[in-house]
Write a protein that binds this ligand. Structure first.
Ligand SMILES: [Zn+2]
Length: 153
């Protein structure tokens, strides 16, 4: 007799299927922010650990756009684990978090700057844009660009 599969509600099952889906609304928003500010990027770079969602090759920066629930955004209301099958969800989310941490370490060892964008941050695009451009690598490159334009003046 087949082992009984843990019965989860359809909405959750659908969410589960979307964990690593590409071109989510959140990813598209982040790309729009970068594009509007003139950053060139590549998407879904499979040659890098964890297949980062967005890669700014020029700035050696890999960006992951994470769903708060699935990646266990600490202290975020969207990351609340449902009471039903709480242990199941906690294990799943813990596994995702462990994987995220491993991938981040691997990328950093390869000399990449790793940025994580949380889904909930997209509620305040200006603030997120500020954070993205304040990242050390991006900030350094912006500084270089400014120096360059000052020299032309
Ligand atoms: Zn969040």
């Amino acid at each position: 007799m087949a082992k009984r599969i843990l019965n989860t509600d359809p909405q959750r099952s659908a969410m589960m299927g979307r964990v690593r889906q590409r071109d989510t609304a959140a990813e598209l928003s982040v790309r729009r922010i970068l594009r509007a500010r003139g950053y060139g990027y590549r998407v879904c770079v499979s040659s890098l650990p964890g297949k980062p969602d967005i890669v700014l090759t020029r700035y050696h920066t890999a960006i992951f756009v994470n769903g708060c629930f699935w990646h266990g955004h600490a202290g975020c209301p969207r990351a609340t684990v449902p009471k039903t099958h709480a242990r199941f969800w906690k294990q799943k989310i813990a596994a995702n978090r462990a994987r995220d941490a491993k991938v981040k370490t691997e990328l950093e060892e390869l000399g990449w700057n790793v940025l994580t964008v949380w889904e909930c941050e997209l509620g305040d695009v200006d603030k997120l844009a500020e954070r993205l451009t304040e990242s050390p690598m991006l900030a350094a490159s912006v500084l270089l660009q400014r120096k360059g334009s000052a020299g032309n003046a």
